[in-house]
Design a protein. Structure first.
Length: 104
């Protein structure tokens, strides 16, 4: 099923949407999410919303740790797709992008 979905997407790929997809994917990078979490926690802390700052930091850290542990436990390989826009080395499930955005 993964190969069929990939074939359909590749057949309808256009440069403008490809650029948008690559940029949206980059928004979920570990570096950007870490910086965003630190900035949000600092902003909340400085506005005396200490519990909110702690909540943001703990939730983001917990999501990253749990995602890594579940990936290591399940070890679901990424589909053997041939025409990827980005090469990723870790396992595919659970989605790091989804779990990183859930605590926000």
């Amino acid at each position: 099923m993964d190969a069929e979905i990939q074939s359909c997407i590749v057949a309808h790929r256009i440069p403008q949407l490809t650029e948008i997809a690559v940029n949206l994917t980059a928004l979920g990078s570990a570096t950007l999410l870490t910086v965003a979490t630190i900035l949000i926690a600092a902003l909340l802390w400085s506005s005396r919303r200490r519990l909110g700052a702690l909540d943001a930091a703990v939730a983001s850290t917990f999501a990253a740790v749990v995602t890594a542990q579940i990936k290591a436990l399940l070890q679901r390989p990424r589909p053997p797709l041939t025409d990827r826009l980005a090469v990723v080395q870790d396992f595919s499930f659970p989605s790091g992008h989804a779990s990183a955005s859930a605590p926000s």
